[in-house]
Design a protein around this ligand. Structure first.
Ligand SMILES: [Co+2]
Length: 298
C-alpha cells in the first residue's frame, strides 16, 4: 500500500462502512428523518470521526442535499425509497458513501440495478481510466437494466477539506474527461431513475445545508461571532442549522444564516429533486485507483 495515502482515509473509511452497515439494518418505516440524521452523525463521532457534511436523507424524488430541519416532522413511510448519504472526515480527509433502502417492492429492481451499476463502474477503475469511461459504464449499465441515470449529478475527486476537488466522474458518457490518477481519492455515485423520468435534477426552494466561502469581518458582533464559530467547527465543509442551535436559538439561526448567504459569506445548497418528480436510487463508494484496480475505502 502506498505511503502517500494518509492513514486517516482508512480509519474514516472503516467508520463510514460501520455506520452504513448499522443504519441499513436499523432504518424502518415510521422512523423520523430527524432521528436518522442525528443517529448517523453521533455514531460517526462516537467511532472517532467527524461528519464531513450533514447526513443527507433523500426520500423518493428528493435526490440530494436534504438534511433534517431543526423541527423536521418527516418520517419514513411504507412505499418510500430512501437514500442515505454519509460523509466522514478525520483531519479533513473525507469519505463519502451512500446507499438506498426500498420500502416499495416496485422499486426493488431499480435499487438493485443502481448497486450493480456502481460495482460494474468500480470494476473498470484503475490508474489512467478516463472519468467519461466510468460514465459510459454507468449509462450503459443503467440502460441495459431498464433505467436512466441522472445526468447532471456526478462523482468527484476528494481532497483535504474539499468534497468536490475539481474532477467530476459523470454518470453518462462524456468526451474529453481527465484520467483518474493513482493515489488520489474519488467518490463514484450513480443515481438512477425510471425510464419515464427526466433523468436530471433541479433545485427546489428549500435550503438547509450551508458552507463557508469567505471569512471577511462584517462589523456585526453576532454575525462575526457566528462566522468564527463556523470556521472553528467546520472550516469550509458543509453544515446545517441543527449543528448550531447550541449557540443561537432556532428562530435566530436560520435568519442569520440567510443573511450570511445574501452577503456571499456562506453558500447554501438547494435541495435537488428529480425534474419530473420520479423516484431516484443512489449508491456511492469512495475509492483509490491503483495500477491494477481500485482500493474501496467505504
Ligand atoms: Co459524493
Amino acid at each position: 500500500m502506498s505511503l502517500s495515502i494518509p492513514q486517516e482515509y482508512f480509519k474514516a473509511g472503516k467508520i463510514a462502512s460501520k455506520v452504513c452497515e448499522e443504519m441499513a439494518k436499523s432504518i424502518s418505516i415510521g422512523d423520523r428523518v430527524f432521528d436518522i440524521c442525528n443517529k448517523v452523525e453521533s455514531m460517526i463521532k462516537s467511532l472517532g470521526g467527524e461528519p464531513a457534511f450533514p447526513c443527507n436523507v433523500g426520500i423518493n424524488s428528493i435526490t440530494a442535499h436534504y438534511t433534517a430541519e431543526i423541527d423536521d416532522e418527516s418520517i419514513i413511510r411504507n412505499g418510500d425509497v430512501v437514500k442515505i448519504d454519509i460523509g466522514v472526515h478525520i483531519n479533513g480527509y473525507i469519505i463519502d458513501t451512500a446507499f438506498t433502502l426500498s420500502f416499495n417492492p416496485d422499486y426493488d429492481s431499480m435499487v438493485k440495478a443502481t448497486k450493480d451499476v456502481l460495482d460494474e463502474a468500480i470494476s473498470i477503475v484503475k490508474n489512467g481510466v478516463r472519468a467519461g469511461e466510468i460514465g459510459r459504464v454507468i449509462e450503459n449499465g443503467a440502460s441495459k437494466r431498464g433505467f436512466k441515470p441522472i445526468s447532471n449529478l456526478s462523482g468527484h475527486l476528494l481532497q483535504q477539506y474539499r468534497i468536490h476537488g475539481g474532477v467530476s466522474i459523470p454518470n453518462v458518457w462524456m468526451a474529453s474527461t481527465p484520467p483518474l490518477k493513482a493515489n488520489e481519492v474519488y467518490a463514484i455515485e450513480p443515481f438512477l431513475t425510471t425510464l419515464d423520468g427526466s433523468g436530471f435534477v433541479v433545485d427546489d426552494n428549500r435550503r438547509n445545508i450551508y458552507a463557508l466561502i469567505g471569512r471577511k469581518r462584517i462589523r456585526d458582533k453576532k454575525l462575526d461571532f457566528l462566522v468564527e464559530e463556523i470556521w472553528k467547527r467546520f472550516k469550509t465543509l458543509p453544515f446545517t442549522t441543527r449543528w448550531l442551535i447550541d449557540i443561537f436559538n432556532k428562530k435566530e439561526i436560520k435568519k442569520m444564516l440567510d443573511k450570511l448567504v445574501q452577503m456571499k459569506i456562506l453558500r447554501a445548497y438547494p435541495v435537488l429533486v428529480e425534474a419530473s418528480g420520479k423516484v431516484v436510487a443512489q449508491f456511492e463508494h469512495t475509492l483509490i485507483p491503483t495500477e491494477s484496480g481500485a482500493i474501496v475505502l467505504a
